[in-house]
Design a protein around this ligand. Sequence first.
Ligand code: IPM
Ligand code: MG
Length: 360
Amino acid sequence: MELHIASIGGDGIGPEIITEAKKVLKKVCEKYGHTISYDDILMGGASIDVHGVPLTDETIEIAKKADAVLMGSIGGDTNTSPWYKLEPSLRPEAGLLKLRKALNLFANLRPAVLYPQLAGACPLKEEISARGFDMLIMRELTGGLYFGERHTEEVNGVRTAIDTLTYNEEEIRRVAIKAFDVAMVRNKKVTSVDKANVLDSSRLWRTVVNEVAKDYPEVIVEHMLVDNCAMQLVKDPAQFDVILTENMFGDILSDEASMVTGSIGMLASASMNDTKFGLYEPSHGSAPDIAGKNIANPLATILSAAMMLKYSFGLLEEAKAIETAIYQVLDDGYRTGDIMSEGMKKVSCSEMGDLVSERI
Ligand code: IPM
Ligand code: MG
Protein backbone atom coordinates (compact mmCIF):
# COMPACT_ATOMS: atom_id res chain seq x y z
CA MET A 1 0.00 0.00 0.00
CA GLU A 2 1.12 3.58 -0.61
CA LEU A 3 0.74 5.86 2.36
CA HIS A 4 0.81 9.58 1.70
CA ILE A 5 1.03 11.56 4.93
CA ALA A 6 1.02 15.26 5.72
CA SER A 7 3.34 15.67 8.66
CA ILE A 8 3.33 18.54 11.14
CA GLY A 9 6.32 18.66 13.48
CA GLY A 10 5.06 21.85 15.06
CA ASP A 11 6.56 23.47 18.14
CA GLY A 12 8.38 22.54 21.34
CA ILE A 13 9.08 18.81 21.49
CA GLY A 14 6.91 18.28 18.37
CA PRO A 15 9.73 17.88 15.82
CA GLU A 16 11.62 15.44 18.07
CA ILE A 17 8.69 13.12 18.71
CA ILE A 18 7.57 13.18 15.07
CA THR A 19 11.06 12.08 14.02
CA GLU A 20 10.72 9.00 16.23
CA ALA A 21 7.24 8.18 14.92
CA LYS A 22 8.56 8.38 11.36
CA LYS A 23 11.45 6.12 12.33
CA VAL A 24 9.02 3.46 13.54
CA LEU A 25 6.71 3.87 10.52
CA LYS A 26 9.69 3.39 8.19
CA LYS A 27 10.45 0.09 9.89
CA VAL A 28 6.82 -1.03 9.70
CA CYS A 29 6.63 -0.18 6.01
CA GLU A 30 9.85 -2.07 5.27
CA LYS A 31 8.61 -5.13 7.12
CA TYR A 32 5.12 -5.21 5.62
CA GLY A 33 5.96 -4.01 2.10
CA HIS A 34 4.36 -0.55 2.09
CA THR A 35 5.74 2.72 0.81
CA ILE A 36 5.33 5.92 2.75
CA SER A 37 5.84 9.53 1.70
CA TYR A 38 5.51 12.76 3.62
CA ASP A 39 4.60 16.35 2.92
CA ASP A 40 6.12 18.25 5.82
CA ILE A 41 3.88 21.20 6.58
CA LEU A 42 3.99 24.09 9.04
CA MET A 43 1.43 24.90 11.70
CA GLY A 44 1.33 26.78 14.97
CA GLY A 45 4.30 28.86 16.09
CA ALA A 46 6.52 27.36 13.41
CA SER A 47 4.13 28.73 10.78
CA ILE A 48 3.82 32.10 12.51
CA ASP A 49 7.60 32.50 12.39
CA VAL A 50 7.67 31.88 8.63
CA HIS A 51 4.30 33.13 7.33
CA GLY A 52 3.01 35.40 10.11
CA VAL A 53 -0.08 33.20 10.54
CA PRO A 54 -0.47 29.85 12.36
CA LEU A 55 -1.90 28.07 9.29
CA THR A 56 -1.98 29.12 5.65
CA ASP A 57 -4.64 28.15 3.10
CA GLU A 58 -1.93 26.45 1.01
CA THR A 59 -1.08 24.25 3.98
CA ILE A 60 -4.73 23.28 4.40
CA GLU A 61 -4.83 22.26 0.74
CA ILE A 62 -1.75 20.05 1.14
CA ALA A 63 -3.30 18.42 4.23
CA LYS A 64 -6.54 17.78 2.32
CA LYS A 65 -4.68 15.98 -0.45
CA ALA A 66 -2.92 13.60 1.95
CA ASP A 67 -4.41 10.31 3.19
CA ALA A 68 -3.89 11.38 6.79
CA VAL A 69 -2.14 13.97 8.92
CA LEU A 70 0.41 13.03 11.56
CA MET A 71 1.19 15.77 14.04
CA GLY A 72 3.62 16.39 16.90
CA SER A 73 2.43 19.30 18.98
CA ILE A 74 1.99 23.04 18.70
CA GLY A 75 2.18 26.06 20.96
CA GLY A 76 4.72 27.67 23.27
CA ASP A 77 4.99 29.02 26.79
CA THR A 78 1.95 31.30 27.09
CA ASN A 79 3.75 33.53 29.60
CA THR A 80 6.95 34.15 27.71
CA SER A 81 6.53 33.31 24.03
CA PRO A 82 6.05 36.28 21.67
CA TRP A 83 3.38 34.22 19.84
CA TYR A 84 1.02 35.01 22.73
CA LYS A 85 1.39 38.76 22.25
CA LEU A 86 -0.43 38.37 18.93
CA GLU A 87 -4.18 38.71 18.71
CA PRO A 88 -6.01 35.45 19.58
CA SER A 89 -6.81 34.51 15.98
CA LEU A 90 -3.09 34.60 15.10
CA ARG A 91 -1.81 32.47 17.97
CA PRO A 92 -0.58 28.87 17.50
CA GLU A 93 -3.75 27.15 18.80
CA ALA A 94 -5.89 29.05 16.29
CA GLY A 95 -4.08 27.13 13.56
CA LEU A 96 -5.11 23.81 15.05
CA LEU A 97 -8.75 24.89 15.47
CA LYS A 98 -8.80 26.14 11.88
CA LEU A 99 -7.39 22.86 10.59
CA ARG A 100 -9.92 20.81 12.59
CA LYS A 101 -12.73 22.87 11.09
CA ALA A 102 -11.33 22.93 7.54
CA LEU A 103 -10.93 19.14 7.52
CA ASN A 104 -14.30 18.64 9.27
CA LEU A 105 -12.66 16.56 12.00
CA PHE A 106 -15.72 16.34 14.20
CA ALA A 107 -14.89 13.16 16.11
CA ASN A 108 -11.95 13.16 18.49
CA LEU A 109 -10.94 9.79 19.91
CA ARG A 110 -8.81 9.90 23.04
CA PRO A 111 -8.02 6.54 24.62
CA ALA A 112 -6.95 6.61 28.28
CA VAL A 113 -5.38 3.33 29.29
CA LEU A 114 -3.64 2.25 32.46
CA TYR A 115 -0.54 0.39 31.33
CA PRO A 116 0.14 -2.42 33.81
CA GLN A 117 3.88 -1.72 33.57
CA LEU A 118 3.24 1.89 34.59
CA ALA A 119 0.53 1.30 37.18
CA GLY A 120 2.87 2.67 39.84
CA ALA A 121 2.58 6.12 38.25
CA CYS A 122 -1.20 6.13 38.62
CA PRO A 123 -2.08 8.79 41.21
CA LEU A 124 -5.17 6.89 42.40
CA LYS A 125 -5.31 4.63 45.46
CA GLU A 126 -4.04 1.16 44.74
CA GLU A 127 -7.43 -0.44 45.43
CA ILE A 128 -8.76 1.62 42.50
CA SER A 129 -5.81 1.31 40.12
CA ALA A 130 -5.59 -2.44 40.74
CA ARG A 131 -8.83 -2.86 38.80
CA GLY A 132 -7.15 -1.29 35.75
CA PHE A 133 -9.00 0.76 33.17
CA ASP A 134 -9.20 1.20 29.44
CA MET A 135 -11.55 3.90 28.23
CA LEU A 136 -11.94 6.01 25.13
CA ILE A 137 -13.25 9.54 25.20
CA MET A 138 -15.17 10.47 22.06
CA ARG A 139 -15.12 14.25 22.05
CA GLU A 140 -17.14 16.33 19.59
CA LEU A 141 -14.51 18.57 18.03
CA THR A 142 -15.94 21.12 15.62
CA GLY A 143 -18.94 22.58 17.44
CA GLY A 144 -20.10 24.00 20.74
CA LEU A 145 -18.40 26.83 22.59
CA TYR A 146 -15.20 26.52 20.59
CA PHE A 147 -16.83 27.55 17.36
CA GLY A 148 -19.81 29.61 18.49
CA GLU A 149 -20.24 33.33 17.93
CA ARG A 150 -18.07 35.27 20.39
CA HIS A 151 -17.21 38.85 21.10
CA THR A 152 -16.45 41.32 23.85
CA GLU A 153 -18.40 44.55 24.19
CA GLU A 154 -19.34 47.21 26.66
CA VAL A 155 -22.88 46.95 27.96
CA ASN A 156 -23.92 50.08 29.87
CA GLY A 157 -20.27 50.84 30.52
CA VAL A 158 -19.55 47.33 31.79
CA ARG A 159 -17.08 45.15 29.89
CA THR A 160 -18.97 42.03 28.83
CA ALA A 161 -17.72 38.92 27.02
CA ILE A 162 -20.05 36.56 25.16
CA ASP A 163 -19.42 33.00 23.99
CA THR A 164 -22.23 30.93 22.53
CA LEU A 165 -22.83 27.20 22.81
CA THR A 166 -24.81 25.81 19.88
CA TYR A 167 -25.39 22.24 18.72
CA ASN A 168 -27.78 21.01 16.07
CA GLU A 169 -29.07 17.45 15.94
CA GLU A 170 -26.91 16.53 12.95
CA GLU A 171 -23.72 17.52 14.72
CA ILE A 172 -24.75 15.42 17.71
CA ARG A 173 -25.91 12.44 15.68
CA ARG A 174 -22.77 12.00 13.58
CA VAL A 175 -20.44 11.95 16.58
CA ALA A 176 -22.83 9.73 18.55
CA ILE A 177 -22.79 7.22 15.68
CA LYS A 178 -18.98 7.20 15.80
CA ALA A 179 -19.11 6.54 19.55
CA PHE A 180 -21.52 3.62 19.20
CA ASP A 181 -19.53 2.19 16.29
CA VAL A 182 -16.38 2.26 18.40
CA ALA A 183 -18.21 0.79 21.40
CA MET A 184 -19.28 -2.16 19.20
CA VAL A 185 -15.64 -3.16 18.71
CA ARG A 186 -14.76 -2.46 22.35
CA ASN A 187 -16.80 -3.35 25.43
CA LYS A 188 -20.21 -2.23 24.15
CA LYS A 189 -20.92 0.52 26.63
CA VAL A 190 -21.42 4.25 25.97
CA THR A 191 -21.57 6.81 28.75
CA SER A 192 -22.92 10.03 27.29
CA VAL A 193 -21.88 13.03 29.37
CA ASP A 194 -23.83 16.28 29.45
CA LYS A 195 -25.26 18.97 31.70
CA ALA A 196 -28.89 18.25 30.91
CA ASN A 197 -30.07 19.57 34.27
CA VAL A 198 -29.11 23.08 33.09
CA LEU A 199 -28.35 23.39 29.37
CA ASP A 200 -30.71 23.14 26.40
CA SER A 201 -27.87 21.96 24.19
CA SER A 202 -27.36 19.07 26.63
CA ARG A 203 -31.04 18.14 26.62
CA LEU A 204 -30.99 17.92 22.83
CA TRP A 205 -27.73 15.96 23.11
CA ARG A 206 -29.38 13.39 25.38
CA THR A 207 -32.44 13.05 23.12
CA VAL A 208 -30.38 12.49 19.98
CA VAL A 209 -28.03 10.02 21.71
CA ASN A 210 -31.07 7.98 22.78
CA GLU A 211 -32.34 7.99 19.19
CA VAL A 212 -28.99 6.74 17.88
CA ALA A 213 -28.83 4.12 20.66
CA LYS A 214 -31.91 2.41 19.20
CA ASP A 215 -29.78 1.24 16.28
CA TYR A 216 -27.31 -0.41 18.67
CA PRO A 217 -29.36 -2.75 20.86
CA GLU A 218 -26.21 -4.55 22.02
CA VAL A 219 -24.65 -1.41 23.45
CA ILE A 220 -25.47 -0.35 26.99
CA VAL A 221 -26.07 3.40 27.08
CA GLU A 222 -26.06 5.56 30.16
CA HIS A 223 -26.22 9.30 30.70
CA MET A 224 -24.07 11.07 33.25
CA LEU A 225 -23.87 14.70 34.28
CA VAL A 226 -20.46 16.20 33.61
CA ASP A 227 -19.75 17.16 37.22
CA ASN A 228 -20.52 13.63 38.33
CA CYS A 229 -18.35 12.25 35.54
CA ALA A 230 -15.41 14.34 36.78
CA MET A 231 -15.84 12.60 40.15
CA GLN A 232 -16.39 9.12 38.75
CA LEU A 233 -13.18 9.32 36.72
CA VAL A 234 -11.14 9.36 39.92
CA LYS A 235 -13.48 7.23 42.01
CA ASP A 236 -14.07 4.33 39.65
CA PRO A 237 -12.50 4.71 36.18
CA ALA A 238 -12.98 0.99 35.47
CA GLN A 239 -16.72 1.59 34.94
CA PHE A 240 -16.10 3.42 31.63
CA ASP A 241 -15.73 2.06 28.14
CA VAL A 242 -16.64 4.86 25.69
CA ILE A 243 -17.37 8.33 27.05
CA LEU A 244 -19.24 10.45 24.52
CA THR A 245 -19.35 14.19 25.10
CA GLU A 246 -19.39 17.66 23.58
CA ASN A 247 -16.34 19.75 22.77
CA MET A 248 -15.67 21.73 25.96
CA PHE A 249 -16.57 18.94 28.39
CA GLY A 250 -14.41 16.60 26.32
CA ASP A 251 -11.45 18.95 26.48
CA ILE A 252 -11.60 19.00 30.26
CA LEU A 253 -12.50 15.36 30.91
CA SER A 254 -9.87 14.05 28.51
CA ASP A 255 -7.14 15.87 30.42
CA GLU A 256 -8.48 14.44 33.65
CA ALA A 257 -8.67 10.93 32.20
CA SER A 258 -5.12 11.15 30.90
CA MET A 259 -3.87 12.38 34.26
CA VAL A 260 -5.34 9.44 36.13
CA THR A 261 -3.36 7.08 33.92
CA GLY A 262 -0.28 8.74 35.39
CA SER A 263 1.41 8.70 32.03
CA ILE A 264 0.12 11.37 29.69
CA GLY A 265 3.28 10.80 27.63
CA MET A 266 1.71 7.50 26.53
CA LEU A 267 -1.67 8.68 25.23
CA ALA A 268 -2.50 9.00 21.56
CA SER A 269 -5.44 10.61 19.82
CA ALA A 270 -7.25 10.61 16.50
CA SER A 271 -9.51 13.27 15.01
CA MET A 272 -11.70 11.93 12.25
CA ASN A 273 -14.24 13.11 9.70
CA ASP A 274 -16.86 11.07 7.86
CA THR A 275 -14.29 9.29 5.70
CA LYS A 276 -11.17 7.40 6.70
CA PHE A 277 -9.23 10.64 6.82
CA GLY A 278 -7.88 11.62 10.20
CA LEU A 279 -5.40 13.77 12.08
CA TYR A 280 -3.30 11.88 14.60
CA GLU A 281 -1.47 13.51 17.46
CA PRO A 282 -0.38 12.77 21.02
CA SER A 283 -2.78 13.92 23.73
CA HIS A 284 -0.06 15.90 25.45
CA GLY A 285 1.19 19.38 24.58
CA SER A 286 4.41 20.82 23.22
CA ALA A 287 6.32 20.91 26.55
CA PRO A 288 8.48 23.91 25.59
CA ASP A 289 10.48 23.58 28.81
CA ILE A 290 12.09 20.32 27.64
CA ALA A 291 12.20 21.04 23.90
CA GLY A 292 15.42 20.29 22.06
CA LYS A 293 16.87 18.21 24.90
CA ASN A 294 16.08 14.78 23.44
CA ILE A 295 14.34 13.72 26.65
CA ALA A 296 10.65 13.81 25.60
CA ASN A 297 8.57 10.64 25.52
CA PRO A 298 7.81 9.80 21.86
CA LEU A 299 5.50 6.86 22.67
CA ALA A 300 2.22 8.80 22.47
CA THR A 301 3.17 9.98 18.98
CA ILE A 302 4.27 6.49 17.96
CA LEU A 303 0.93 5.16 19.27
CA SER A 304 -0.83 7.90 17.29
CA ALA A 305 0.93 6.59 14.20
CA ALA A 306 -0.45 3.14 15.08
CA MET A 307 -3.95 4.63 15.32
CA MET A 308 -3.39 6.16 11.89
CA LEU A 309 -2.49 2.77 10.39
CA LYS A 310 -5.60 1.27 11.97
CA TYR A 311 -8.24 3.92 11.27
CA SER A 312 -7.07 5.58 8.06
CA PHE A 313 -5.49 2.59 6.32
CA GLY A 314 -7.14 -0.44 7.90
CA LEU A 315 -3.67 -1.91 8.59
CA LEU A 316 -4.60 -3.71 11.77
CA GLU A 317 -1.66 -6.10 11.91
CA GLU A 318 0.84 -3.29 11.38
CA ALA A 319 -0.81 -1.22 14.12
CA LYS A 320 -0.71 -4.20 16.44
CA ALA A 321 2.99 -4.66 15.69
CA ILE A 322 3.68 -1.15 16.97
CA GLU A 323 1.59 -1.64 20.10
CA THR A 324 3.27 -4.96 20.83
CA ALA A 325 6.72 -3.44 20.32
CA ILE A 326 5.90 -0.70 22.83
CA TYR A 327 4.66 -3.27 25.34
CA GLN A 328 7.92 -5.17 24.98
CA VAL A 329 10.03 -2.06 25.43
CA LEU A 330 8.13 -1.32 28.65
CA ASP A 331 8.40 -4.94 29.77
CA ASP A 332 12.14 -4.75 29.15
CA GLY A 333 12.30 -1.88 31.61
CA TYR A 334 13.08 1.07 29.32
CA ARG A 335 11.61 4.43 30.35
CA THR A 336 11.86 8.05 29.32
CA GLY A 337 12.16 10.56 32.17
CA ASP A 338 8.43 11.24 32.52
CA ILE A 339 7.62 7.58 33.25
CA MET A 340 10.88 6.69 35.00
CA SER A 341 10.75 4.71 38.23
CA GLU A 342 13.29 2.99 40.43
CA GLY A 343 15.13 0.04 38.91
CA MET A 344 14.21 0.96 35.34
CA LYS A 345 16.58 2.00 32.53
CA LYS A 346 16.31 5.65 31.58
CA VAL A 347 16.56 6.39 27.86
CA SER A 348 16.36 9.45 25.63
CA CYS A 349 13.65 10.29 23.12
CA SER A 350 15.66 8.98 20.16
CA GLU A 351 16.79 5.86 22.03
CA MET A 352 13.15 5.09 22.77
CA GLY A 353 12.38 5.38 19.05
CA ASP A 354 15.25 3.00 18.28
CA LEU A 355 14.12 0.48 20.90
CA VAL A 356 10.59 0.38 19.50
CA SER A 357 11.87 0.13 15.89
CA GLU A 358 14.14 -2.79 16.78
CA ARG A 359 11.15 -4.72 18.08
CA ILE A 360 8.98 -4.29 14.97
C1 IPM B 1 -6.66 19.91 23.09
C2 IPM B 1 -6.08 21.27 23.36
C3 IPM B 1 -6.73 22.26 22.40
C4 IPM B 1 -8.21 22.24 22.67
C5 IPM B 1 -6.14 23.67 22.48
C6 IPM B 1 -4.66 23.66 22.20
C7 IPM B 1 -6.86 24.63 21.59
O1 IPM B 1 -6.29 21.62 24.68
O2 IPM B 1 -6.48 19.41 21.96
O3 IPM B 1 -7.27 19.34 23.99
O4 IPM B 1 -8.67 22.90 23.61
O5 IPM B 1 -8.93 21.56 21.93
MG1 MG C 1 -7.15 20.10 25.87
